[in-house]
Write a protein that binds this ligand. Structure first.
Ligand SMILES: [Mg+2]
Length: 177
């Protein structure tokens, strides 16, 4: 596929809480733009999993700046989650369009090369991020519940996923032994 490079994540990990912070630091990452639904919380949920909370606190401790970038039209919920995690949030982001990503960079006050994005959708998070040259890290969706159009996109994802995740870096903990 001609544009397949745009769907290629820089790295992949099974879930956010398993991101290896040391590896991020090896790449001099100073900021992370997080998707919300099926990345930090189950789709449509107001409940933030404990491991998500702990992970975000870990990032704050080492001064990795974070913000939330979501396509959700449920503004109240996005703002609530931002408040709970103590992070700036951009709802209604219209990913994969570039505006939200560029706004996120401004909020973080960082250059695109110092930032990664973390999200669960190839056609929103990975594509949008690559278009503005922010390196994307793909996570497995927390649930198989999704917005109706997303469910359709998941079918296409399934087709191209093996191709685009070939040779991507594993950002999870390296299991020893
Ligand atoms: Mg998502």
């Amino acid at each position: 596929m001609i544009f397949s490079h745009l769907f290629k994540p820089f790295g992949a990990v099974s879930k956010v809480a398993e991101l290896d912070i040391k590896r991020l630091l090896d790449y001099n990452i100073k900021g992370i733009i997080f998707d919300i639904d099926n990345t930090l919380v189950p789709w449509g949920s107001w409940d933030i999993p404990e491991d998500t909370r702990i992970f975000i606190e870990e990032l704050k401790k080492i001064d990795i700046k974070c913000c939330l970038l979501s396509n959700t039209d449920k503004r109240d919920r996005a703002v609530f989650i931002g408040k709970e995690l103590g992070l700036a949030v951009i709802p209604g982001a219209l990913k994969p369009l570039p505006f939200g990503f560029l706004k996120a960079l401004k909020i973080l006050g960082l250059k695109r090369e110092d930032v990664v994005s973390v999200g669960d959708q190839l056609f929103m998070d990975v594509l949008g991020s690559n278009m503005v040259r922010i390196r994307p890290i793909l996570v497995k969706p927390l649930t198989d519940r999704d917005f109706i159009t997303t469910r359709l996109l998941r079918l296409f994802e399934k087709i191209i996923l093996p191709e685009v995740t070939k040779e991507v870096e594993n950002f999870g903990y390296i299991k020893s032994g």
